[in-house]
Design a protein around this ligand. Structure first.
Ligand SMILES: NC(=O)c1ccc[n+]([C@@H]2O[C@H](COP(=O)([O-])OP(=O)(O)OC[C@H]3O[C@@H](n4cnc5c(N)ncnc54)[C@H](O)[C@@H]3O)[C@@H](O)[C@H]2O)c1
Length: 382
């Protein structure tokens, strides 16, 4: 019999839905988990919408104030799906109340906040994780397994992009619901913390620590109307960012992210080139892994297009028959499954807060380098 873990969920936006769905799915498809999530308390400030959300997903109770959730005797796990400026306060309060804590990425607004959060979960000794979900797309996990086997040989290059186009209009306001990502006081940074954080997390998971970076950042639209104050205000986020990086293993990298790449909605790609083989992955085709092996017969050598849907592939024995795809939302179900499977073990699911703090350090070094126009050390410790 698996033990029930009562979930307190904060936020009904994009991620509130993705996570609620994952808690609902996890034990159905991963029946051997030692814990079973129970959707207990849902929290958001708009009562009517909170009630609708709670009834749709099956939460027992609704709270308007997140403090009541972290203090509730009826909650074992707090999941933070609120904007970035709220992660620290909620996570620390949850840990102090002995709750298991999951937070959406990025861990925090900056490194100093992230360090406080790491200290809090360590002091409380509570299981914790940050939802860098791309690690748990089967094709990306397969890339990790291939790299860990040493199949690529020495790695020379890492290349990643995360491109969008939704902020090109200067009429788009900043701040408030849906647009908090453009408000630096709520988001912490622009594309660096929002999109490149994903690329950096995947990159360091696959290829080890990033030690140094040099970046160019740009804010194309300098002022926007603010939805909450009603005034035209300076835009403090990076609209676009490109950076070069060095990894501890000697490889070099180029990363680019923007919300001004007309035609691209969420084009996350990465490519890794080693002495023996190369790997390429594209979020738009997320169940495929492109693999080139120089050791193949010269006459038929070329890029393989691996359809990552066989039962031998990571996570796929839990889903449909070979050949049938799964999607973005399943990466969150895998997150719940991995977190619960190892919540109390010596090897907790990754990235935990300590691990996600390393991504925060790279993000901060990138932003600092954009300002200083110099190479910056990341001080990553993995
Ligand atoms: N892993 C991913 O792929 C991914 C994708 C999108 C967002 N995110 C992260 O998830 C988090 C939330 O992003 P989103 O896209 O779901 O945002 P969203 O704007 O869709 O939803 C944010 C939610 O937070 C709630 N909220 C804000 N202030 C609150 C308060 N004081 N008390 C209670 N609830 C409050 C809002 O009402 C809303 O329900 C962010 O940290 C973001 O970076 C991660």
């Amino acid at each position: 019999m698996s033990k029930k873990i009562r979930v307190g969920m904060i936020g009904y936006g994009f991620m509130g839905k993705a996570h609620s769905n994952a808690y609902r799915q996890a034990t159905k498809f991963f029946p051997d988990l030692p814990y079973e999530p129970e959707l207990k308390v849902f929290c958001a400030r708009n009562e009517e919408r909170a009630n609708q959300f709670a009834s749709n997903w099956g939460y027992d109770q609704v709270e308007k104030d997140w403090r009541k959730v972290v203090e509730s005797e009826e909650v074992d796990l707090v999941d933070i799906c609120a904007p970035n400026n709220m992660h620290k306060e909620i996570a620390i309060a949850a840990a102090e109340n002995g709750k298991w804590v999951l937070t959406e990425k990025p861990l925090s607004m900056n490194v100093a906040e992230g360090e406080e959060m790491v200290t809090a979960v360590k002091k409380a000794g509570v299981p914790n994780m940050v939802w860098y979900n791309y690690r748990r797309i089967p094709a990306v996990t397969l890339a990790k397994n291939i790299i860990d086997k040493g199949s690529l040989g020495k790695i020379f290059h890492y290349r990643a992009n995360f491109l969008q186009d939704w902020t090109i209009s200067s009429d788009l306001p900043q701040g408030g619901e849906g647009l908090w990502r453009l408000d630096v006081n709520v988001a912490g940074s622009g594309v660096t913390g929002d999109l490149l954080a994903h690329c950096i997390d995947t990159a360091m998971w696959l290829n080890g620590p990033i030690t140094e970076v040099t970046a160019v950042t740009e804010t194309f639209i300098k002022e926007r109307q603010h939805n909450i104050t009603g005034k035209v205000e300076k835009v403090g986020i990076d609209d676009a960012c490109a950076f070069l990086a060095k990894f501890e293993n000697g490889s070099i990298a180029i990363f680019e992210s923007t919300r001004y790449a007309r035609g691209h909605k969420a084009l996350y790609t990465f490519e890794i080139n080693g002495e023996n083989s190369s790997i390429f992955w594209d979020l738009h085709d997320l169940h495929r892994l492109k693999y080139f092996d120089h050791g193949d017969d010269a006459l038929t050598r070329g890029w393989r297009d691996v359809h990552v849907t066989d039962s031998e592939h990571p996570y796929m024995d839990k889903w449909w028959v070979p050949g049938l795809n799964i999607g973005f939302e399943h990466s969150f179900t895998h997150g719940v499954a991995d977190f619960f499977a190892s919540a109390k073990s010596d090897k907790p699911a990754q990235p935990d807060f300590q691990n996600a703090l390393q991504t925060q350090k790279v993000c901060e070094a990138v932003i600092n380098s954009g300002n200083s126009r110099k190479w910056e050390n990341t001080y990553v410790e993995l």
